[in-house]
Design a protein around this ligand. Structure first.
Ligand SMILES: *Cc1c(COP(=O)(O)O)cnc(C)c1O
Length: 402
């Protein structure tokens, strides 16, 4: 049977809501784009965003910054990571994660993942003991949460300070608790391909006043840290304000104005993503050759992308599968490629990190495929996509059809 070509763009996000455009125009008319450029008695858009995101996340404090990568760098530094310190992190994540560790002079210690694409907690315990690391930058890569209760217990037993990379899990929960609430800090991205879109941007949350005071000065507050929407009181700054470097990574009012209405819509966006994700997952589950990562009952995920494994697929067949899908307009990424391309890279191409053997992770990535599900796709689009994938997988050699 010949199916229609898939013709939608995998990188087309929905437009910015009219309300957000109007708010951004107001900021531009005011000329006060810098977050500290306030009229008397005024709260800036960035201050309001910090307040609203702290409330939404259930965190005491929130700091808006220039990117998700900056949120992670600032968090690591404010948590005390210095040159030469070992920082545990997932062996499977995107480049800004080991990049943030490198930026603060840390040493990435890469931890294996499981076939459900989360950090392997046994390997975490082993590597924490072997390396003596005191920090974990936990990446909820592609929106998959590990057993967060076990993680929290393990971190306590191993004296690990946990910073969560929530670039793919804004709005995701484990047993009703939002990701980003399990460790010292949560780091979020508002870059175009994440869950709310300001082009670039990041948010950092924490309940720790001392940490947040250091983070705020690091973000470039000068001595204007009282102009924050959800920051600690002035006494938290007394000890640290002259000892903490300003690394200029502020968010501006234009971006904050774009984000506030999107935050109000986030719950409905999550429902729309999950309807798309679950529809594709139901289709793919019909293939004996495909393995979908298990999603525990405790997890409420945000299905803004979908991952599927074809265990045992050869590199040649994986490349052919990607090409075949590409020829019908379906953009699937393969994480097993020897060369990094586009946004996709694996630990072998992070040469600024000491080379580390991750045989279990490598074996999983060899058969791992990934597809974005932007909200501009309809449910019919998603069904068509899934059928194209099933067609292409059915052409693979019998050895993977098990
Ligand atoms: C996008 C991303 C980041 C960093 O976000 P930026 O805002 O682009 O700096 C961090 N971690 C993961 C897993 C990401 O995908």
């Amino acid at each position: 049977m010949t199916r229609p070509q898939f013709s939608r763009s995998f990188t087309q996000q929905p437009p910015i809501p009219d309300e957000a455009i109007a708010a951004a125009v107001d900021v531009m008319r005011s000329g006060r784009l810098h977050r500290y450029n306030l009229a008397l008695g005024e709260a800036s858009e960035v201050m309001e965003l910090e307040r609203e995101f702290a409330l939404w996340q259930g965190a005491r404090f929130c700091l808006a910054v220039a990117s998700g990568g900056q949120a992670m760098q600032i968090a690591l530094r404010a948590a005390g990571v210095g040159p030469g310190d070992a920082v545990l992190t997932n062996g499977f994540t995107l480049a800004p994660v080991p990049g943030a560790i490198a930026a603060v002079g840390g040493r990435s210690v890469l931890v294996e993942i499981t076939e459900d694409l989360v950090i392997d907690l046994d390997d975490l315990a082993r590597k924490a003991r072997a390396s003596g690391a005191r920090y974990l930058l936990l990446s909820h890569m592609r929106g998959h949460l590990c057993d967060m209760e076990r993680l929290v217990q393990l971190a306590a037993d191993l004296s690990l300070t946990v910073i969560e990379d929530c670039a793919h899990t804004m709005g995701a929960q484990w047993n009703g608790v939002l990701s980003g609430s399990f460790g010292l800090a949560g780091c979020f991205s508002t870059q175009t391909y994440k869950h709310i879109n300001s082009g670039e941007g990041g948010l950092l949350t924490s309940d720790d006043a001392g940490f947040m005071a250091r983070a705020t000065v690091l973000s470039g507050s000068y001595m204007l840290y009282d102009r924050h929407g959800a920051g600690p009181g002035p006494s938290s700054y007394e000890e640290i304000r002259l000892d903490t470097p300003n690394t200029s990574a502020r968010m501006d009012n234009l971006r904050a104005a774009l984000l506030r209405p999107q935050l109000r819509q986030l719950d409905s966006s999550i429902a729309a993503w999950n309807a798309r994700h679950d529809l594709v997952a139901r289709h793919l589950a019909q293939s004996g050759a495909i393995r979908l990562p298990k999603r525990p009952d405790a997890e409420r995920y945000v299905g803004s992308s979908i991952q599927f494994c074809v265990p045992g697929i050869s590199a040649v067949d994986a490349q052919a599968l990607v090409a075949r899908l590409g020829s019908v307009g379906v953009e699937v990424k393969w994480f097993g490629a020897a060369q990094p391309s586009g946004y996709t890279s694996d630990h072998h191409s992070w040469r600024y990190v000491a080379a580390q053997g991750l045989p279990q992770t490598d074996a999983i990535l060899a058969g791992l495929f990934d597809m974005r599900l932007p909200l501009t796709f309809s449910l019919e689009d998603c069904a068509l996509l899934a059928e194209h994938i099933l067609d292409a997988v059915a052409t693979l050699p019998a050895t993977v059809q098990a």
